[in-house]
Design a binder for this molecule. Structure first.
Ligand SMILES: Cc1cc2nc3c(=O)[nH]c(=O)nc-3n(C[C@H](O)[C@H](O)[C@H](O)COP(=O)(O)OP(=O)(O)OC[C@H]3O[C@@H](n4cnc5c(N)ncnc54)[C@H](O)[C@@H]3O)c2cc1C
Ligand code: FES
Length: 278
């Protein structure tokens, strides 16, 4: 008999790391099953008695029996996930969605642009590149946040820098901030070989739209060299409820969350009602 795709499987919370005031990374140990996933795929997490919500798998693809998720506090499910304790059991449906096109990135120069929580979507790809460094050309990660206290994965930057070019920039830096300043778009001129690179853009839809517009209009990057990771409200996560339908009849949960920028009109990102729109 085929498995019920709506049925979550149990996972035990094994560690909790406080990233910022409103973001936590939890690692869960899967009970009696494994998840073989691609960077960019996501999971539905069920908090018993509260509800279910989608989250990017933010850990290494090498670890199939444990998954990490970085969760920003928003509403019922995310608040409940901020309250779980080590040993608590949650339900997991994974892997869901398509993931990043590794085959199109291999041997190419890769630029990963992430703003805000978008870095959680990019994280497994960054880890994949670090673990398989020889498969890729030059890699730049350009990560933007507002304030230093919004930055997540801070303990890992030194490791990332050993194998790739990392630019962390703040749009509202305090005077003592010694790193890069301004929005991510202010640092495009520091990226070598823009036109020869493949781009991965993760963040709030409106920000994705402005980044893609700038890459294409200001720097001559071809839309088909850009991939975006979209987040939209979901229910089933498996293409059956039409909750995540976007223009062109595509489902974010099934056809995405990763789309080629040539596939979707960017202006719809500005128009539609997206989760992280402000
Ligand atoms: C593929 C995917 C990956 C994601 N990855 C992550 C991740 O790694 N980390 C992370 O923190 N979050 C991630 N999210 C977002 C996360 O799923 C939401 O924050 C979560 O579903 C909110 O659930 P909640 O019950 O806590 O909040 P809710 O109570 O559902 O609402 C939270 C906020 O969203 C607004 N909202 C409610 N319904 C809608 C709607 N239909 N359209 C737009 N806005 C609405 C509410 O007004 C409220 O402000 C991801 C979403 C998707 C689709
Ligand atoms: S969430 Fe149901 S179709 Fe995408």
């Amino acid at each position: 008999m085929s498995e019920n795709p709506y049925l979550p499987k149990p996972a035990v919370v094994e560690s909790i790391y406080v990233e910022t005031e409103d973001v936590r990374t939890i690692e869960v140990k899967l009970k009696g099953f494994q998840v073989d996933f691609k960077p960019g795929q996501f999971a539905q997490i069920l908090v018993p008695g509260v509800g279910e919500a989608p989250f990017c798998i933010a850990s290494s693809t090498k670890r199939k029996d444990r998954l990490a998720f970085s969760i920003q506090k928003r509403g019922n499910v995310t608040i409940a996930l901020h309250q779980v304790k080590i040993g608590d059991v949650v339900g997991i449906r994974a892997p869901l969605g398509n993931g990043f096109p590794l085959e199109d990135l291999r041997s190419r120069e890769v630029v990963i642009i992430a703003t805000g929580m978008g870095i959680a979507a990019a994280k497994p790809l960054i880890l994949y590149i670090l673990e398989n460094r020889g498969e890729f050309g030059d890699v730049t990660v350009l990560y933007g946040a507002r304030y230093p206290w919004n930055l997540i994965y801070r303990d890992e930057y030194d490791k990332w820098k050993e194998k790739l070019n990392l630019i962390v920039t703040l749009s509202r830096p305090p005077p003592e901030w010694k790193g890069a300043r301004g929005r991510v778009t202010a640092h495009f001129s520091e990226i070598p070989n823009m036109r020869e690179s493949k781009f991965i853009v993760c963040g709030a839809p409106k920000v994705i739209e402005s980044i893609v517009t700038e890459l294409v209009g200001g720097y001559g990057v071809k839309p088909w060299n850009i991939y975006v990771s979209l987040e939209r409200h979901m229910k089933c996560g498996i293409g059956r409820c039409a909750r995540c339908l976007i223009c062109g009849g595509k489902y974010v949960c099934l056809d995405g969350p990763v789309f080629n920028a040539a596939e979707i009109p960017m202006e719809t990102l500005r128009r539609d009602r997206w989760i992280w729109s402000v």
